[in-house]
Write a protein that binds this ligand. Structure first.
Ligand code: RUB
Length: 314
């Protein structure tokens, strides 16, 4: 909604999400929900119908910025319900703002709960491999460290965007023993460094129990399976996809080849940059959610219990 008041805020949040200035599934969901509240406050029209259609348009535009992360659509639908269910413009605006604030708070609370639950599962001095940068997974490590468990972490670099550097810096700042490795060293390091667990975040969890997360997750979890190392995924409830219950497939986002290499260095060479992948359920041991542990075969039941009957607008 570029011409509407609030349009520039929406555009700048969308740009930050699309360019990965704001990134990580939880954070982009939180920022998008708050942007919708900002647009609701700035709406100057007089009709509820126009408000609803502007809100929906804005939510659709924000959700398209990163298509794999279902946290975006789940958060935006939760906020949109405020616009769609209230009977007056004022009440609708108020409810949108309240819901956005509640979602933003829930994002933080869910991470805290997951940190407590996941940390409980970790033993003292566990040797843990992490991939990419998941604030939900890192919360568990910080909590374990706070409890004196002293985890020893190996962080993959995570090409091409190198989120592993953010992870390593964060862990170091929190006093946690961390070693950065290149992605292709994952299997070798798991074996030679006696890694006992792989710890991950999620962009989406599908009804069949499969996990969508940063590209390379599938390889890391396959390596873990070959060495019988358990894979624990920290995933807030809003990372579970109700759309997949109805058979919708999770879209794997592809990004600009320039993130991998400057085209001028390789004239005529095609470059392909899928940034997420699908890990099948048999490569995940458990999802630790804010509502407790969920094993892959119970994911459909979990999604039905959490989202069943809820209306969705985008
Ligand atoms: C980030 C990524 C993270 C999940 C979970 O990908 O794959 O593992 O988003 O993150 P990108 P969080 O860098 O492309 O956004 O636990 O912080 O929600």
């Amino acid at each position: 909604m570029p011409s509407a008041p609030g349009g520039s805020l929406l555009q700048s949040v969308r740009r930050d999400i699309a360019s990965m200035k704001t990134r990580g599934a939880g954070e982009i969901g939180r920022q998008a929900a708050l942007a919708l509240a900002g647009a609701a406050k700035a709406f100057r029209g007089k009709s509820l119908a126009e408000f609803r259609s502007r809100m929906r348009e804005a939510a659709t535009m924000l959700a398209a910025a990163r298509p794999t992360a279902v946290s975006l659509r789940n958060g935006l639908n939760f906020v949109l319900a405020g616009a769609m269910t209230q009977k007056t413009l004022d009440a609708a605006r108020r409810e949108v703002v309240l819901r956005a604030e509640r979602f933003a708070t829930d994002v933080t609370l869910a991470k805290k709960r997951i940190a407590e639950l996941a940390a409980k599962e970790l033993s003292d001095a566990e040797r843990i491999l992490v991939h990419c940068h998941s604030t939900a997974a890192l919360g568990a490590l910080v909590e374990a460290q706070r409890q004196g468990k002293r985890p020893i972490v190996f962080a993959t670099e995570t090409r091409p965007f190198r989120q592993g550097l953010i992870t390593s810096r964060f862990l170091k700042e929190n006093g946690i023993d961390v070693t950065l490795i290149v992605d292709s060293a994952a299997l070798h390091v798991m074996e030679t460094q006696r890694v006992t667990r792989v710890l991950l975040g999620a962009d989406a969890v599908a009804a069949d129990g499969s996990l969508y997360n940063k590209i390379g997750t599938r390889q890391v979890t396959l390596a873990a399976k070959s060495l019988k190392i358990p894979v624990m995924v920290c995933a807030e409830t809003f990372k579970f996809s109700p759309y997949t219950l109805e058979g919708e497939e999770v879209v794997i986002e592809e990004r600009d080849a320039a993130e991998i290499v400057d085209a001028k260095e390789l004239p005529g060479v095609k470059v392909h940059n899928p940034v997420f992948d699908r890990t099948p359920p048999e490569q995940v041991t458990v999802f630790v959610t804010d509502a407790g542990r969920v094993v892959p075969r119970d994911v459909a039941k979990f999604i039905r219990a959490r989202f069943g009957g809820e209306k969705r607008w985008i």
